[in-house]
Ligand binder design. Structure first.
Ligand code: NAI
Length: 296
């Protein structure tokens, strides 16, 4: 990535595909930085919830002084039609971490956009080189692993694929500059750096609970209190979404063969029970009585 010009946010027209945990995070970040966003999801009810979530996140970002103008200046338009992305200068894919779903969405999205459109995947684990084979212009595709909550965590992991062009790296640098983010660039691999480290750690932490070695509170308390982790692995799992983690671990396991990446029984059971973490009210912890102050 090269130095970025001091561009005005209005030059970016953003479309985000997938209005779940990360689609709403990225949309709140972008509108909070003055960009107009078209947010797409297959499910109308999800979009209704997403609009509420984005308002809540922007309120929280405002309270935390995380908005450059003190208040959001961008707008959000929602649609269930993928062709709503036409005319965007940047498209960010944030659908579920299932390769087949990403393949279909990325192939259709790239066919709908003009050459020169920056195509970003907010992939957790699916390699960028794999995705480059699914799109019309692999040189315009780059991975950006936004963090959660996106408006509070400044750093992002940028994944440069083998085919990613220098001009694409310049374009993503310009976008991240407009979003007030800092980036570290890594080469492509399943899970890249963060999730190749974080996901097996979460899986192992869950396994310790499954084996009765310690409760979730104790595992998190030890990593937070002794090792200085800001958020323990199982609280992090609840924030990410255990359903997403299981999908991501399966992607990692299939592509690396690393047995540490095979999701443990307890995580699989939580997904089967619908206990996906904060987004469903229960995961390793119970959030059903939590106050709004505790749920950014
Ligand atoms: P999520 O499950 O909360 O949301 C995914 C959304 O995609 C859902 O609303 C679903 O309706 C929608 N969707 C599914 N198929 C679609 C299609 N064909 N067209 C349009 N929308 C479609 O998932 P989450 O957690 O937001 O993850 C999204 C991506 O971001 C995944 O690749 C994930 O690995 C990655 N990620 C997740 C993080 C997290 O903390 N949850 C952090 C960083 C990356």
């Amino acid at each position: 990535m090269t130095d970025t010009p001091n561009e005005q946010p209005a030059q970016h027209r953003l479309a985000v595909i997938g209005a779940g945990v990360m689609g709403t995070n990225i949309t709140a970040l972008a509108t909070g930085h003055g960009l107009d966003v078209t947010l797409v999801d297959v499910d109308e009810e999800t979009l209704t919830t997403a609009r509420r979530t984005i308002r809540h996140k922007l309120g929280h970002a405002q309270l935390m002084n995380a908005l450059p103008d003190g208040r959001p200046r961008g707008t959000v338009t929602t649609t269930t039609r993928l062709d709503g992305i036409t005319g965007a200068t940047t498209v960010i894919e944030a659908v579920v971490e299932i390769a087949e779903v990403k393949r279909k969405v990325l192939a259709e999205a790239s066919a709908l956009t003009a050459p020169g459109t920056l195509l970003i995947s907010n992939t957790s684990c699916v390699p960028v080189d794999e995705m480059a084979g699914w799109v019309v212009r692999g040189e315009e595709l780059v991975g950006v692993h936004f963090m959660n909550p996106s408006y509070l965590i400044k750093m992002v992991e940028v994944i440069r694929g083998t085919a990613t062009a220098d001009t694409t790296m310049d374009a993503v640098g310009s976008l991240l500059h407009a979003l007030g983010r800092e980036a570290l660039v890594v080469n492509d691999a399943p899970g890249f750096v963060i999730n190749r480290l974080l996901h097996p750690l979460i899986n192992r932490a869950a396994l310790l609970v499954q084996e009765g070695v310690a409760t979730a509170e104790t595992v998190d308390g030890l990593l937070e209190g002794c090792l200085g982790h800001t958020t323990g692995p199982l609280r992090t799992a609840d924030l990410i979404g255990i359903d997403n983690l299981v999908d991501s671990l399966q992607v990692l396991h299939e592509r690396t063969g690393d047995p540490e990446c095979a999701p443990c029984e307890l995580m699989l059971q939580k997904v089967a029970d619908g206990h996906h973490g904060r987004k469903t009210g229960r995961g390793f912890y119970d959030y059903r009585t939590a106050t709004k102050r505790n749920t950014p």
